[in-house]
Write a protein that binds this ligand. Structure first.
Ligand code: C2E
Ligand code: MG
Ligand code: MG
Ligand code: MG
Length: 294
């Protein structure tokens, strides 16, 4: 297995595998060495605007490659990292490296409009997150409006008022915020209305529901989410887009952005740079304009 095949393909421990206690313990121990042994790598998955299909950003997805175990899915090791208090150090590493890379691309004439970094619930509840983000932006020289943080509904529902304050201060600095996996958590519509965010990410499960069978209501939740998001003043991105039928449906319902295997898988740095360069030469990289003018 080569690294470049590892977008989401081969995983020794896949996300839907129920780990036995001893496997979990083994992985936890291996995870302790992952940072210092340089087993982490950032992958980048393009995000495109609709209907133009210009590249307007990329989501950063963490990959753990263990020399003996192979690729281990973040769906497995992120929860482990949270449970064992390692998420702080790992999250900091991701943020620093993602921002440094995006800043480097700017200087290299590969201006990616936006980079999306996942922030787990635990990280989001850490009092120092705001200070960390500010420091990383200052140190890497990445303009704040090129950074988007992806937070999950569950991170917000725990203490909505505190979450709203933190989100507000992040956005006052120009940092964008997306609510990831929307529809999988349990935030009430009232909570959602009051959240200072920029974007809703329709969870891939609701995109998967979209089929081209006539009369099949599979896209109902995706369509409703687009309408809801727009009515609340948010931009809407769909993740996990794999087919032309899904793309057509999302476009017809006014979805603002898409991300998924139909366009590109998450790619290691060099492959993503080649992708970006080709898209720049073709004139299909978006400009850095706010998508939802206030
Ligand atoms: P997520 O943030 O919702 O990321 C989207 C996931 O969907 C990624 O899985 C991505 O590779 C996958 N994906 C993208 N397009 C498609 C598609 O068309 N079809 C299908 N079937 N899947 C697609 P991945 O990379 O395995 O990451 C899983 C989860 O792990 C992420 O879900 C996120 O919650 C977490 N994660 C990944 N990297 C980080 C990180 O740096 N920090 C934190 N805190 N969490 C991370
Ligand atoms: Mg995400
Ligand atoms: Mg997601
Ligand atoms: Mg997800």
């Amino acid at each position: 297995f080569t690294k470049s095949e590892g977008g989401n393909g081969f995983c020794f421990f896949s996300s839907d595998m129920n780990l036995h206690a001893h496997e979990k313990l083994e992985l936890e121990n291996l995870l302790h060495g992952a940072l210092e042994n340089q087993q982490f790598e950032l992958y980048y998955q393009p995000q495109l605007s609709l209907p133009e299909q210009q590249v307007i950003g990329a989501e950063v997805l963490l990959r753990w490659h263990h020399p003996e175990k192979g690729f281990i899915s973040p769906a497995v090791f992120i929860p482990l990292a949270e449970a064992t208090n390692q998420i702080g150090a790992i999250g900091e590493w991701v943020l620093e490296n993602a921002c440094r890379q995006a800043s480097q691309w700017l200087r290299d004439g590969l201006p990616l409009p936006r980079i999306g970094v996942n922030v787990s619930g635990r990280q989001f509840q850490d009092k120092n997150l705001f200070t960390l983000v500010k420091r990383v932006l200052a140190e890497t020289g990445l303009p704040a409006d090129r950074l988007e943080l992806e937070i999950t509904e569950t991170a917000v529902t725990a203490s909505p008022d505190e979450a709203a304050r933190l989100l507000q201060s992040l956005r006052e600095c120009g940092i964008m915020v997306a609510l990831d996996d929307f529809g999988q958590g349990y935030s009430s519509l009232g909570q959602l209305r009051d959240l200072p965010i920029d974007r809703l990410k329709i969870d891939a499960a609701f995109v998967r529901d979209i089929t081209d069978e006539p009369g099949h209501p599979g896209g109902a939740i995706a369509a409703a989410t687009i309408g809801l998001g727009h009515n609340l003043g948010f931009s809407v991105i769909a993740e996990g887009v794999e087919t032309q039928a899904q793309l057509s449906f999302l476009m017809a319902h006014g979805c603002d952005e898409v991300q998924g295997y139909y366009f590109a898988k998450p790619m290691p740095r060099e492959q993503f740079e080649a992708f970006l360069r080709a898209r720049m030469e073709a004139g299909t990289v978006g400009r850095n304009l706010p998508l939802t003018p206030e």
